[in-house]
Design a binder for this molecule. Structure first.
Ligand code: SAM
Length: 278
């Protein structure tokens, strides 16, 4: 039974980090003319209205995109992300794009987008939000299995986002098993894995699993809005990127300290690390 709805969380600090990294990666991957396959294993509804009762109930976007909305930065990476979100709005912050809409912004005629979503209501919304482009396919199927079925891609270039809700504790292990299988089929793809820090030990186990998997060229970017705790919910989130663009770490080394300053409490921190060398 799926209960997670991303509409309660759209635009929060975790989305800011996730979509900033996704935009950086896709921006780089679409420089070359060659076709690209983008695969989003857990897509959500794709686009969110911040005046909706779900977003208003939690107001999580107030701690994320709303704090950046009027900000001008010296960092190109952060400015590009803010401009991207502005392009979905008309002067006022009313809408927030999910990963499918962020990706669609970068995909060109020669690229393909594959979007998996299992929640029936979010699937219908996703289908509505992603209509109109023949190169985009929305699937109401399990994204973990769907990803494996698409590899290796005909284009021989792929960019993958794995962003499960981690409602089911097995998701932590399933992510690692899936990524190992995906990498065996297609080792040159760029894979992005989003993770929440609710229980630090779980993330340490994920990191160890990846480091010991034999997969090369892994970087990790994390934004903690407060110090780790075992008392209440998510305090941080991160993106693990396999085969990242060469400039990503350089960009994140500049962007993350600024995000901590803008979005975190005094106990907050960031991580920008090379987990496994090339
Ligand atoms: N990636 C989205 C974004 O950035 O806007 C947010 C996705 S949300 C964190 C996770 C989504 O995965 C939920 O909408 C949930 O219904 C869906 N989901 C859960 N298990 C799934 C599975 N095995 N395959 C595909 N979708 C799944």
């Amino acid at each position: 039974m799926l209960s997670y709805r991303h509409s309660f969380h759209a635009g929060n600090p975790a989305d800011v980090l996730k979509h900033l990294v996704l935009a950086e990666v896709l921006n780089y991957q679409t420089i070359k003319d060659k076709p690209l396959d983008y695969i989003d294993t857990h897509s959500g509804a794709g686009f969110f209205e911040l005046a909706s009762s779900d977003a208003q109930k939690t107001q999580e976007y107030q701690e994320g995109i709303a704090k950046l909305w009027q900000h001008t930065s010296d960092n190109e990476g952060l400015n590009d992300y803010i401009s991207l979100i502005k392009s979905f709005n008309h002067g006022q912050l009313e809408f927030y794009p999910g990963s499918p809409k962020v990706a669609e912004h970068f995909l060109r005629r020669q690229d393909k987008g594959w979007f998996f979503e299992l929640h029936p209501r979010d699937l219908t919304l996703l289908e509505d939000n992603m209509q109109g482009r023949r190169s985009i396919r929305v699937r109401g199927e399990n994204g973990f299995a769907g990803l494996i079925g698409l590899l290796p891609p005909a284009s021989r270039r792929a960019c993958v986002l794995i962003d499960p809700p981690y409602e089911v504790k097995d998701d932590y292990d399933t992510v690692i098993k899936t990524i190992v299988q995906a990498y065996q089929r297609f080792a040159t793809g760029t894979y992005m894995i989003w993770y929440p820090v609710v229980d630090r030990e779980r993330i340490e186990r994920m990191e160890t699993g990846l480091v010991e998997s034999g997969i090369r060229n892994i970087q990790l970017f994390e934004l903690a809005t407060e110090a780790d705790t075992d008392v209440h919910g998510m305090t941080a989130s991160g993106m693990i990127v396999i085969n990242p663009p060469w400039k990503l770490k350089q960009t994140m080394d500049k962007v993350l300290p600024e995000l901590v300053e803008l979005l975190s409490q005094p106990s907050g921190f960031y991580r920008s690390e090379l987990l496994v060398d090339e």
